[in-house]
Ligand binder design. Structure first.
Ligand code: SF4
Length: 164
């Protein structure tokens, strides 16, 4: 019954706030969203292999942070770099990916999580193949995406999701 209520809430939220679209070009993946109401300091785009759950405060992994332009206007799309991304909630920091990456693009950050430098990543996929907990992925159309607005208190508010 709770799952049904959540599904209805999500559907009506997606219907009310629009939904994200995923596309790809030579430069990488593009996520677009529909114009929305609300003033935000920035936007955060998260991705996950599980559907957005309003009950899960730390849902998904941040794949992009979008800032307003000089006139304070937030864009309605973002191009994701053609780089692999670490799902921090899954990473066990066992260093296998760090040692296997041919370009040295991966390091372990101060929180003990692997981080990929998008500028050094050549998207070869080795890290994703060797990761024992499947924590590394490349943005793709089979993932769930969620757009969140960051308000003046730094809180993330759900704006739009990618229906599947
Ligand atoms: S995809 Fe390849 S280059 Fe990029 S971080 Fe993984 S192993 Fe390194």
């Amino acid at each position: 019954m709770k799952a049904l209520i959540t599904a209805v809430l999500l559907l009506s939220a997606a219907a009310a706030f629009g939904s994200l679209t995923f596309s790809q070009d030579a430069g990488g993946s593009i996520i677009e969203w529909e114009p929305f109401e609300g003033n935000y300091e920035s936007l955060v785009l998260r991705a996950s292999d599980t559907e957005y759950d309003v009950e899960e405060p730390e849902w998904g992994t941040v794949v992009a942070t979008v800032m307003p332009d000089e006139e304070g206007i937030l864009p309605t799309s973002v191009q994701l770099p053609a780089a692999f991304i670490v799902d921090r909630s899954k990473c066990i920091a066992d260093n296998i990916c760090v040692n296997q990456c041919p370009t040295g693009a991966i390091s372990i950050d101060t929180d003990g999580k692997a981080v990929i430098d998008a500028n050094s990543c050549i998207a070869c996929g080795i890290c994703a193949a060797v990761c024992p907990v499947n924590a590394i992925f490349a943005p793709n159309s089979s993932l769930y995406y969620g757009l969140f607005g960051v308000n003046e208190e730094g809180m993330e508010e759900f704006i739009q999701g990618s229906p599947q």
